[in-house]
Design a binder for this molecule. Structure first.
Ligand code: DNO
Length: 355
């Protein structure tokens, strides 16, 4: 296991590499070229500059999160091959730079979705939350504006105003897309990229849908165990795997995450570990990583990862906003550093107990 933190890049992130380097046990980051839009080819020089910057700070890039997928690929539109070619070029360049873990998602139109990015908690901290009753009252046309209005001035991952500014066209593109078509389009994409992934040993790590149910009537295909297993069987290749995101899968209390971890042994390339608190059906809030603050048993999650011999990167995920820190919602330094330290402590205990 390698503990890392997500870093969005200089100019995009309030957190510096120097700060990350000082979090106990953290030696790597999940980085990206955050300014790139889905479908764009990444330049070699930009990839190498990002790598150099991270390494100069005494860290390494353990994962690329994310290389986002263009909507024509998800919808199987005629132009998809051009965008898959672009994706392959980006993968080749990442592979040549020695970067070989890519997190991506196949969420339709909206990436992770929340109804409130700064819900006040009883201790005065704020955290992101989701309440289906609130979402049901929002017109999808207003969703991007609502999210971006609460972003503290930072660009939100997956919520590019340029792309979401064309929401009517996007909804038209997805009009006939159901779960089966999405799976078919995913298979087509994976079959085309796996040869290059194999050549450079680039592990593709699919991020689950967040929350793990349909939002605005759009299909979602990475919400539960059967769908994750279907993904890994869709194209049988060691590079085709998943990002185990406990905060996403954990939105549905029916998802037994330790059981999902055991079932996906050998296919988990990357892990995002955080807790969340269920307040009622379709209603949850994010919280501290500590088991006692939320609904997930963090010890059981770490133990399951240890038991399957997981040796990839783990990162703490969304944190609360604490100690007056102002950052991209969910991605401040303080609470994620507490999360990394807690997760490292759990891992050490599990490891020593297992000897
Ligand atoms: C939000 C993140 C997602 C995730 C992507 C992966 O905080 O969990 O934006 O990085 O869905 O492609």
């Amino acid at each position: 296991m390698k503990m890392i933190m997500r870093w969005f890049g200089t100019g995009y992130d309030s957190v510096t590499l120097k700060q990350i380097r000082q979090v106990p046990g953290v030696r790597g980051v999940a980085a990206t070229l955050y300014g790139k839009r889905p479908g764009e080819v990444w330049e070699k020089e930009a990839i190498l500059a990002m790598k150099r910057e991270v390494e100069d700070a005494g860290l390494s890039i353990a994962a690329i999160e994310s290389v986002n997928i263009h909507d024509t690929i998800k919808t199987g539109a005629p132009e998809r091959d051009r965008y898959i070619d672009n994706y392959i070029t980006t993968l080749e360049r990442l592979g040549e730079a020695g970067l070989n873990l890519v997190c991506y998602n196949f969420m339709t139109i909206f990436d992770w979705t929340r109804s409130d990015l700064a819900k006040l908690r009883e201790d005065g901290a704020t955290a992101m939350s989701y309440d289906q009753k609130i979402i049901d009252k929002i017109d999808p046309d207003d969703m991007s504006t609502a999210m971006n209005a609460q972003s503290n001035g930072y660009a939100l991952a997956g919520w590019e105003p340029e792309r979401l500014g064309h929401l009517k066209e996007l909804f038209a593109l997805y009009q006939d897309i159901d779960e089966e078509k999405l799976f078919a389009n995913l298979k087509y994409f994976l079959e085309r990229i796996m040869p290059v992934c194999g050549k450079y040993n680039i592990k593709m790590a699919m991020h689950p849908d967040d929350p793990s149910w349909s939002v605005f009537g759009l299909p979602r295909i990475q919400t539960r165990k059967e769908q994750l297993l279907r993904l890994v069987k869709l194209v049988d290749h060691p590079c085709n795997g998943i990002t185990l995101c406990t905060g996403s899968l954990g939105t549905n209390p029916k998802n037994d995450i330790p059981d999902i971890i055991l079932a996906l042994k050998g296919h988990i390339h990357f892990a995002h570990i955080r807790n969340l608190r269920h307040n009622g059906p379709g209603d949850f809030e994010e919280c501290a990583h500590l088991s006692a603050d939320g609904s997930l048993d963090m010890y059981a999650l770490i133990k399951a990862l240890y038991d399957i011999g997981f040796d990839g990167p783990i990162r703490p995920d969304h944190g609360r906003a604490i100690w007056d820190e102002v950052s991209m919602p969910g991605y401040g330094l303080y609470d994620r550093a507490l999360g990394a330290t807690y997760l490292n402590g759990l891992w050490e205990a599990v490891e020593k107990n297992s000897r």
